[in-house]
Design a protein around this ligand. Sequence first.
Ligand code: NAD
Length: 498
Amino acid sequence: MPTPIAHWIDGAEHAPVGHRTAPVTDPATGEVSGHVDLADAGLVDAAVASATKAAEAWRRTSLSRRMQVLFAFRQLLDERRDELAAIITAEHGKVHDDALGEVARGLEVVEFACSAPHLLKGGYSEGVSANVDVHEIRQPLGVVAVISPFNFPAMVPLWFAPIAIACGNAVVLKPSEKDPSASLWMARLWHEAGLPDGVLNVVNGDKEAVDAILEHDHIRAVSFVGSTPVARYVYERGTAHGKRVQALGGAKNHMVVLPDADLDLAADAAVNAGFGSAGERCMAISALVAVEPIGDDLVERIAERIGRLRVGDGRRACDMGPLITAEHRDRVAGHVAAGVDAGAEPVVDGRDLGDIDGEPDGFWLRPTLFDHVTPEMSVYTEEIFGPVLVVLRAESYDEALHLVNANPYGNGTAIFTNDGGAARRYQEEVEVGMVGVNVPIPVPVAYYSFGGWKNSLFGDTHAYGTDGVRFYTRGKVVTTRWLDPSHAGLHLGFPQHD
Ligand code: NAD
């Protein structure tokens, strides 16, 4: 029997509104495992009311008490990471090991947030004028919202909520309606860690809930992660309603392989980064640019490795799991068909399912490798978000760089080479926010910040790291005169001398 999935408001399970629901499926079996209740504006309002009340007390809670909660949450998450990974696999489909990796990367941000007392320290200037000192403090915003995508149901909420909470804010989290259970599980864990009621609320829903968040007067900031069209919409609508918004969008990440690269390393990296999590990663490598003459050799090595991958149920120690929904699987298969029609060479066609280690009704597709792709083909222009890797050939480094920079997305990129000078040129010249040198998925560690350029991010600050702290706080500068505040009499001009 599918389980009802509802909300977490004011430190407790909240009953379904009963307004609308959406099915949640186990992608490896195709079975509907739950029905998630979709919030209306009234429920968003209830969550914001709880958060508004909680934010007032939470910002006044001492930093040391706040940190005790953060450390307790970190401890619980560390101990129970396997449980969370199992929930991710059951609703997203990624293999268990990869789900554990997702939790580990989220945990890193919790650990970073545990250093909030250090990060929130302001500057102090003594004696800027006679007996006048100036200091800066950073204060929380109040209620902030997080809207997350399906592909990292634990990690993306963890990119934001721990830092927002550590900085003294209250959070309304709206997870993807496709895999909502990880967020609810984490909300219960925060509760267990001692987080006061209302500091974290989980509202499940779809566009209706998102619109209510974007228009709500008491929400001060929105962190969004999802596809580019929705990211742009959230940014425009949220800022039009006076909110601070950071909206991370889609990607088409290029991996450039220069002729001097270690081709085995490059082939391993292309397969890991292209097909891990069935390509449903915003930092997946989806376009490989082979700088000649190594194209044929590299494609052969990649195809050989694809042949060794085990596709199946993520609970069965396979390499790659299913796609998130049947509709998405069909959409990706449609992109593969369009690639074939456009004349790309399907070296491996993932629509040939062959041996799958899973139930027949799972949302399966095997990896696809296209060679001789050209920039106008839809397999190149579209963000497919599935296990499809396209190979383009370039005659020179400059041609490869031009291709990457002409792409409207700029999330992540990688260069594979043994030439330090070429790598240095690439990191300087490429118009992409996160760059890997012989590293295919350069997701920054938690004490740096995560963010793409161009259509991959709308807003001024990146996620987590010190950008996260800035995003969730407002600066206030205090100018103070003590000791001998001598009365200088009336003077209506700006002071010119001290
Ligand atoms: P999505 O844009 O469909 O959904 C993201 C969130 O927006 C969900 O919570 C969803 O409920 C909500 N939403 C969906 N349609 C909406 C609409 N019309 N109006 C308002 N809200 C709406 O994205 P997804 O399919 O869940 O996730 C995959 C996408 O996310 C890919 O494009 C991927 O590249 C991107 N992504 C980007 C990053 C990054 O850091 N840049 C990270 C992960 C995923």
